[in-house]
Design a protein around this ligand. Structure first.
Ligand code: GLN
Length: 304
């Protein structure tokens, strides 16, 4: 398959979406990103790489970090993890408070903010320096030491993080947060602030496309079953209240972030990362979704 030719073709079409979405501005430090940034990176299990545009430029991965922290917590807790966070699609916005009240402090899934805060709390139980451990883990998966926190973005989110503060307090009142809420928020805002390029993200997600085996080191990072389960959660919950539409139109497990990034995988085949900062009303990259929709249409690839 000539992926390079396909992504050039796709990029031209997807760029028509530019100017139609909105950059996330509830985190002020994210609002300054030029809206025409646009990158695509594909990496196959065999190690072939294809790229387009700003594929090499780091951006704020935001909620994509929830996949990495879930992988870490799942490794530590295994199935015990599901006592504290469920695996059902939420059908609600990523920062919804309402559902959490109905469900007595057990978040619907690990990819909405409430669920990710519980996962982060679990990491605080297992790691003495969770921020450093998260960064190490992401560097290991992406095969690159050139992965950092963006302290300005983390501080900006802390300053305006009223909803996340409400969520963590509510979880704490239901005893589903064990550590001090300030510590949980600090780690959470830093994990969201991690900057990575499309190329680094595609490489990092290859482990999930490869049954949990790191493509370079051949290390079993997750068991085959754990990798399968994380892909299942990405498919059903990776795009919040647009997860159904994403499965319907794209047909790949994936995860988005309000920095405008999306990463998705075809197990046993490849990982693809896209970056375009303008978002739709669900908080997912508008052009990014267009890229992935065309990608599976033109290649015929899909998990279905
Ligand atoms: N850091 C963001 C938040 O907590 C992440 C949200 C997202 O990427 N969907 O609001």
């Amino acid at each position: 398959m000539d992926y390079q030719k396909i992504i050039h073709q796709i990029a031209e079409e997807a760029k028509k979406e530019l100017g139609k979405g909105k950059i996330a501005n509830y985190i002020p430090a994210l609002a300054n990103i030029p809206s025409d940034k646009f990158g695509i990176a594909i990496e196959t299990i065999k190690g072939e790489r294809y790229s387009f545009g700003d594929y090499d430029e780091p951006f704020s991965i935001q909620s994509i970090s929830k996949v990495f922290t879930l992988m870490m917590a799942f490794t530590k807790e295994n199935t015990k993890l599901w006592q504290r966070v469920d695996v059902e699609p939420s059908g609600n916005p990523f920062n919804s408070l309402v559902q959490l009240e109905f469900e007595a402090g057990i978040p619907r899934n690990p990819f909405i903010n409430a669920g990710a805060l519980v996962v982060t709390d679990i990491l605080l139980d297992h790691y003495a320096s969770p921020k450093a451990s998260i960064l190490d883990y992401v560097r290991r998966l992406s095969g690159s030491d050139d992965v950092y926190f963006d302290y300005e973005v983390a501080a900006s989110e802390r300053e305006f993080g009223y909803t996340n503060t409400a969520l963590v307090n509510f979880l704490k009142s239901h005893k589903n947060i064990h550590n001090h809420i300030d510590k949980v928020l600090d780690v959470y805002f830093h994990q969201c602030s991690i900057r990575m390029s499309c190329q680094q993200l595609a490489h990092a997600f290859l482990t999930l496309a490869n049954h949990g085996v790191h493509p370079d080191t051949k290390e079993q990072i997750l068991s085959r079953s754990q990798a399968k389960r994380i892909n299942a959660i990405m498919l059903t919950c990776g795009f919040y209240d647009q997860a159904g539409e994403f499965a319907f139109c794209v047909g790949m497990p994936g995860k988005s972030g309000v920095g405008g990034g999306i990463v998705a995988v075809i197990p046993e085949e490849l990982a693809i990362a896209v970056w375009s900062p303008e978002l739709n009303e669900h908080g997912n990259s508008k052009a990014g979704i267009s890229v992935l929709e065309q990608f599976t249409t033109l290649t015929g690839l899909s998990i279905f």
